[in-house]
Write a protein that binds this ligand. Structure first.
Ligand code: ZN
Ligand code: ZN
Length: 392
């Protein structure tokens, strides 16, 4: 097949779509208007099935050949971040304190571009599923989509996702079998003693020694080993104790930690080790621990990673060096346990501000090549396309 191409007017439409989504971002779990916008944009492409409200605000479009064959899913994320944008761009966020600073607006435009291509290149067999997934940033969306009974009807045999990556040369692809992103979870520790007058601290029970012991114990984990199966890292994210008053000896403290490890099993073992340390440190005081923002590791199936590698080779896309798995987590990992998945990274440029920074913006130059990669992967797996109307 010839490499898939979008017309200049389609590319303009996709760029405008990105700007519109960028200007009206919605936080995790509240992406209703974003999903509606995409549904309306893609209605003219004639998907065979549309599933709305999937796992919250999720949207799935199915391009079904009506013939037996693999089901290939491609995923983009719907959510922005609760951060104030500082790009000064004409299409900058118009919503105070919310912005697309992870490039999910670009990922949505890419998936919409695949929809435009599919409207002219229907699968000859099997199905292509476009999944616009909610709540990636909190780690809840993929799980909610998987738990939605309607997802069982989609049952993809393959699932692919990309994430743009500042630091990697523009347009280069980093992909490998095995770990693509680390498992992680947040731990919120509440230590409760007893307040007292600052003149009589011995009459109370201060959590300060507990904090001291926890921080001392954690210090060996804050400088991680090199990336690999033994990678583990604790990041101290937040700390508070007592009141901002000179007359009171504290009775309460909170510590927020994020734990990371290579995969889910190693994270569970690491968490048990950290919990033992904390429990030892908290002797005599009341300790409450809650778990937040839990992400599965994303583990790429060799066969799925091979499809990405083959698509790069077919399209002449350069492969870039990038340490894998990335330390950060991606909730696409929740799909890894269910089907053959590959998450790959697409270079956003070496000088691009990092993801989640207030001055970050997605590079438009990635839209066309990313659509071409997705279309190539679909074509490889589905063995060619049927042309308009879906007739083989
Ligand atoms: Zn993000
Ligand atoms: Zn992201």
């Amino acid at each position: 097949m010839t490499p898939p191409l979008l017309s200049p007017s389609e590319l303009t439409a996709l760029t405008r779509l990105r700007y519109a989504l960028h200007a009206a971002p919605e936080i995790s779990g509240a992406e209703v208007a974003t999903a509606t916008h995409l549904r309306d944009f893609l209605a003219p492409t004639g998907p065979d099935r549309v599933v709305e409200g999937l796992g919250g605000a999720g949207l799935a479009l199915v391009f079904d050949s009506g013939k037996a064959g693999p089901r290939v899913m491609f995923r983009a994320e719907l959510d922005g971040l609760p951060i104030t944008e500082q790009t000064g761009l004409p299409y900058a966020s118009r919503r105070a304190g919310v912005a697309h600073l992870c490039g999910h607006d670009g990922h949505m435009a890419i998936l919409a571009g695949l929809g435009l291509w599919l409207s002219r290149n229907r699968p000859a067999r099997g199905q292509v599923i476009l999944l616009f997934q909610p709540a990636e940033e909190t780690g809840e969306g993929a799980r909610a989509v998987l738990a939605d009974p309607r997802f069982a009807q989609l049952r993809p045999d393959w699932a692919f996702a990309l994430h743009n990556m500042p630091g990697l040369a523009l347009g280069e692809v980093a992909v490998a079998a095995g770990g693509a992103s680390c498992a992680s979870c947040g731990l919120r520790l509440r230590v409760t003693g007893r307040e007292s007058h600052a003149a009589h601290p011995e009459a109370g029970q201060s959590p300060a020694p507990v904090l001291e012991a926890v921080l001392a114990g954690l210090s060996v984990y804050t400088l991680p080993p090199p990336m690999g199966r033994d990678f583990r890292l604790v990041t101290l994210c937040h700390l508070s104790m007592g009141q901002p008053a000179f007359g009171i000896a504290p009775g309460q403290a909170e510590i927020w930690l994020t734990l990371r490890a290579y995969d889910d099993q190693r994270l569970a073992a690491f968490e048990a080790e950290i919990m033992a340390l904390i429990t030892r440190a908290a002797q005599g005081l009341t300790l409450q621990v809650s778990r937040h923002d839990a992400f599965h590791a994303t583990i790429n199936a060799a066969a799925a990673a091979d499809q990405v590698v083959a698509a790069c080779a077919a399209l002449g896309v350069a492969r870039g060096a990038f340490e894998l798995p990335m330390r950060a987590s991606e909730d696409f990992g929740a799909f890894s346990a269910q089907t053959r998945t590959a998450l790959f990274f697409l270079g956003a440029g070496e000088r691009q501000p990092a993801l989640h920074r207030p001055d970050y913006d997605f590079p438009d130059a990635l839209i066309a090549p990313a659509v071409a990669l997705y279309a190539q992967i679909a074509t490889q797996i589905l063995g060619g396309v049927a042309g308009p109307g879906g007739v083989a």
